[in-house]
Design a protein around this ligand. Structure first.
Ligand code: ADE
Length: 239
């Protein structure tokens, strides 16, 4: 059965273009994933559509209230018997990386909750969320862009979501290295030439060059990834 992704948000229309285009759009049309958007505001109890309120203890900004979020999550749960973790998108969460994407991609359902502008009432964390995921150490206006990142990363990992050409790109990164440099025609552009090794058709040499470049790049740009890669190597996990 297709992975079901529920997205709870105050701005469901933000996802329109994203869900229609490219690999995600195609995976939905092929029935590989099912994406269901739910507007949190539909669960407000008053005629103003209130979903947030001033923080106890004072301070600036507003706080997303428990009731609309708990009610929205409970409502989408009744739409499908499959259980799925409730994932809050917040800067306090576990940073999204390929390992987390792989973990999430293996579930049968995810209930993604995006806040906007304001924080969540802490009891949403306490009593509703199974995990929190962050897109990185920066502040977004809301969790929607982070939810899109999760949807994109897990959709790409569903069987049949990628064509042969598209899946090649996954390999280097799931090995823990950055991508090697790529070139296409022409052989020379504004005085910048394509490395000779790529032009001579020696596939073993090309593979060795690409691996070396991926290592160099990772070493130079991402000491953290390089460290992890080396340790996995030394422990014999990779050959
Ligand atoms: N909401 C606001 N900032 C965020 C971030 N960095 N990651 C996930 N959700 C967010």
């Amino acid at each position: 059965m297709a992975l079901r992704l529920d997205i709870l948000t105050l701005f469901p229309e933000m996802f329109d273009g994203f869900l229609a285009a490219s690999i995600v759009g195609r995976a939905i049309r092929r029935g590989l994933v099912e994406v269901v958007r739910t507007n949190i505001r539909d669960f407000a109890l008053d005629s103003y559509g209130s979903v947030d309120d001033a923080p106890f203890g004072g301070g600036v900004g507003m706080v997303l209230m428990c009731q609309p979020i708990f009610d929205a999550v409970e409502a989408v749960r009744t739409q499908d018997p499959r259980p799925g973790p409730v994932v809050l998108l917040t800067p306090q969460g576990r940073p999204l990386d390929q390992a987390l994407a792989q973990e999430l991609a293996g579930r049968e359902r995810l209930i993604l909750v995006a806040g906007h502008y304001e924080g969540f009432d802490e009891r949403i964390r306490q009593g509703l969320a199974d995990m929190e995921v962050s897109l990185g150490d920066f502040v977004l206006s809301g969790g929607e862009v982070a939810a899109m990142a999760v949807v994109d990363a897990v959709t790409r990992l569903q069987a049949g979501a990628l064509g042969k050409d598209e899946s090649a790109h996954e390999e280097s990164f799931s090995e823990g290295l950055l991508e090697y440099p790529q070139y296409t025609r022409p052989r020379e552009y504004r005085g910048m030439a394509v490395p000779d090794v790529l032009l001579n058709g020696d596939h073993a040499k090309i593979a060795a060059w690409r691996h070396e470049q991926a290592c160099l790049r990772t070493m130079q740009r991402r000491a953290d990834l390089w460290d992890r890669y080396r340790k996995r190597h030394e422990s014999g996990e990779l050959s």
